[in-house]
Design a protein around this ligand. Structure first.
Ligand code: AP5
Ligand code: MG
Length: 217
C-alpha cells in the first residue's frame, strides 16, 4: 500500500504516519526527517538543506526528488510506504507519478490532515522533538514523562529551529501557495481523503484506519 500524507506544517502528518507505518508494517518515509538526519551528521546535503529549512522555505525540487526516489527504491519499500512531507509541490508529485507509472504502480491513498492555521501556530510553538530518535512531544497535549527528556531514548528534547514563530508563519504561506494545490491533483486521481485533524490523535487514527482498511499491505 502506498500512502501520501498531506497537510500543513504541524497538522500531525508525522504523528499519524508513524502509527500507520507500525500498523501496516510499511516504512515511514519523511523527507523532513531525512534532511534533519543529514543536518545532524553534518553532510553536504544537510548543509544545503539547512539554508532553506531555517528560512521556512522549501528545499529545491531537484535535490528533494533525488533523495526521495533513492529512499523508496530500497528493499524495505517494496510492499509500500507512507510518505510524510513528500510531495510538497506539483512538480514533485508529477515526478513521483511518472516514476511509479514506469513500474505500473500508483499512489493508493492521499490522506489530507486538515487543521486551520490558528491551531497550527499553537501546536508548533509547543512541539518538542528528539534529535536522536525523531520522537515528537507537545508541552501541553503530549508532554514527556520527564521535562525536556525523550521517553523513548533519553535524548534531550529541542525546539526545532523552524518551529520559531516567525518561521512557522512563513512555512504556512509556502504551504498555501505551493503544497495545497496537491489536494486538487490527488482529488482528480480519485485518491484524496480528507480527515479533520483538529480532534484527538486517537480519533484521527481511527478514521484513517477506516479509510485504509484493517488488513496489512
Ligand atoms: P517537515 O519535517 O516535513 O515539516 P512540516 O511539513 O513543516 O511538518 P511538521 O513535521 O512540522 O508537521 P507534521 O504535520 O509532521 O506534524 P507533527 O506530527 O509533528 O519539513 C521540514 C522542512 O524540510 C520543510 O519546511 C522544508 O524546508 C523541508 N522539506 C521537507 N520535505 C520537503 C519536500 N518534499 N520538498 C521541499 N522541501 C522539503 O505534529 C505537530 C505537533 O502537534 C506535535 O507537537 C504533535 O505532538 C502535535 N499533535 C499532532 N497531532 C495532534 C492532535 N491531533 N492534537 C494535538 N496535538 C497534536
Ligand atoms: Mg513531520
Amino acid at each position: 500500500m502506498k500512502i501520501i500524507m498531506l497537510g500543513a506544517p504541524g497538522a500531525g502528518k508525522g504523528t499519524q504516519a508513524k502509527q500507520i507505518a507500525e500498523k501496516y508494517k510499511i516504512p515511514h518515509v519523511s523527507t523532513g526527517d531525512i534532511f534533519r538526519a543529514n543536518i545532524k551528521n553534518g553532510t553536504e546535503l544537510g548543509k544545503e538543506a539547512k539554508k532553506y529549512m531555517d528560512a521556512g522555505a522549501l528545499v529545491p525540487d531537484e535535490l528533494t526528488v533525488r533523495i526521495l526516489l533513492d529512499r523508496v527504491a530500497q528493499e524495505d519499500c517494496k510492499n509500500g510506504y507512507v510518505l510524510d512531507g513528500f510531495p510538497r509541490t506539483i512538480p514533485q508529485a508529477e515526478v513521483l507519478d511518472e516514476e511509479l507509472g514506469k513500474l505500473n504502480e500508483s499512489i493508493d491513498h492521499a490522506i489530507n490532515v486538515d487543521v486551520p492555521d490558528e491551531a497550527i501556530v499553537k501546536r508548533m510553538s509547543g512541539r518538542r522533538a528528539c534529535p536522536s530518535c525523531g520522537a515528537t512531544y507537545h508541552i501541553v497535549s503530549i508532554p514527556p514523562k520527564k521535562e525536556g527528556i525523550c521517553d523513548a531514548c533519553g535524548g534531550e528534547l529541542i525546539l526545532r529551529d523552524d518551529d520559531k514563530p516567525e518561521t512557522v508563519q512563513k512555512r504556512l504561506d509556502v504551504y498555501h501557495e505551493q503544497t495545497q494545490p496537491l489536494e486538487d491533483f490527488y482529488r482528480e486521481k480519485g485518491v484524496l481523503k480528507n480527515v479533520n485533524g483538529t480532534r484527538s490523535m486517537e480519533e484521527i487514527f481511527e478514521e484513517i484506519v477506516s479509510i485504509l482498511g484493517n488488513t496489512e499491505s
